[in-house]
Design a protein around this ligand. Structure first.
Ligand code: DAH
Length: 348
């Protein structure tokens, strides 16, 4: 028996010396320890032995198994170590080389405009709030004085999820949500930027998803003069100090009176050009005094409180500011477009 063990050990030593790679080392495992391996073979005829002999042979076989395993594993880890050493030698790192140009992301033009508007209104004491994009009919329409079957719903072809759930078609529902949350807690000054959705066919000036910023001020003596003053500050900040604003009567169900607001053209100063289509004025937003029904339904007594509201499209402001002619450019993530409005660091 001992003889046989010795023979196996000697054969193993010889085999180990001849191994050239890890695959061959693993083959040795099968050759010695596999089902038909040399070590397994040793214990094949144990049936005829006495109990004591079986014990003795079992012990020796186990020891041998341990030895063989250790040797093969040792060889494999030695091979790993050598491999690593060689790789480290080959792939030398030169810390004195100049760094490669890293591409750093930039701020999207829509984010830039949003942040600019936010900063302006925060400086005037407004809070920035947000609301859900999956809205219900109640907040998107009913609480804004647009009951079911009201013709004003046609102007905003809405994505309905169920009869009551929809993708919000405007940021105005955040007005209702904020008033309901704050009712009886006095005056409000908020803006709410966010995505809105409409069932429009996408083209150069329409997108089924775009961004708006809603503004709302509610207080005890808020008047149209406050709305005008606020929007004048806004227009000058976004389009230049010399801008004038013009209020044109319009209709929104949630405001009375309602206005479309235009700014004097920042390119021609009012003379008439291609940007203002010869009129000298550019429409930028919708606004008005909050309708008493909206105040009441959202928990503010219209006998005590008045308010103004406005809503503007961020894409429209960005397109005017940067001279962008196709709204789809904002969403197609073409790096050449993004870089143009925001040179990335590291670019030449
Ligand atoms: N929600 C309107 C729209 O999407 C924009 C708007 C107009 C918002 C007048 C207002 C407002 O708050 O007073 O077309």
């Amino acid at each position: 028996m001992k003889e046989e063990i010795k023979k196996i050990e000697e054969a193993l030593e010889k085999d180990l010396k001849e191994v050239k790679n890890k695959n061959e080392a693993n083959d040795l495992r099968v050759k010695y320890l596999g089902k038909k391996g040399f070590v397994t073979d040793l214990t094949k005829d144990m049936g005829s032995l006495s109990v004591d002999e079986k014990k003795e042979l079992g012990k020796l076989a186990n020891e041998l198994k341990g030895k063989v395993t250790d040797k093969i594993n040792g060889l494999i880890s030695e091979m790993d170590r050598k491999e690593l050493e060689e790789r480290l030698k080959k792939d030398k790192i030169d810390p004195t080389l100049p760094a490669t140009n890293l591409k750093v992301g930039g701020v999207h033009p829509l984010t830039k405009i949003t942040e600019e508007v936010e900063e302006l209104f925060i400086s005037m004491g407004y809070d920035v709030v947000s609301g859900p994009e999956v809205e219900d009919d109640l907040h998107n329409f009913q609480l804004l004085n647009v009951p079911k079957n009201h013709p004003a719903r046609d102007a905003q072809d809405t994505f309905y999820i169920t009869d009551e759930l929809l993708l919000r078609s405007q940021t105005s529902p955040v007005q209702a949500r904020t008033m309901l949350k704050m009712k009886d807690k006095g005056p409000l000054r908020i803006i709410c930027p966010g995505k809105v959705y409409r069932r429009d066919d996408d083209d150069a000036t329409h997108s089924h998803q775009f961004n708006q910023i809603e503004g709302l001020v509610v207080g005890e003596n808020i008047s149209l003069a406050d709305l005008k003053g606020t929007l004048e500050v806004f227009a000058k900040k976004m389009f230049g100090e010399d801008r004038k604003v013009r209020f044109r009567p319009s209709f929104f169900p949630f405001t009375e009176p309602s206005y479309e607001v235009d700014v004097s053209c920042f390119k021609c100063g009012g003379e008439g050009c291609n940007i203002c289509k010869g009129t000298g004025w550019i429409e930028i937003l919708g606004s008005g005094m909050v309708h008493p029904n909206v105040l009441r339904d959202c928990g503010y007594d219209p006998e005590i409180y008045t308010g103004f509201a406005f809503g503007l499209g961020i894409e429209r402001v960005a397109m005017l500011r940067y001279g962008i002619t196709d709204i789809r450019d904002f969403y197609t993530n073409d790096l050449r477009f993004l870089k143009n409005y925001n040179r990335m660091e590291g670019d030449k």
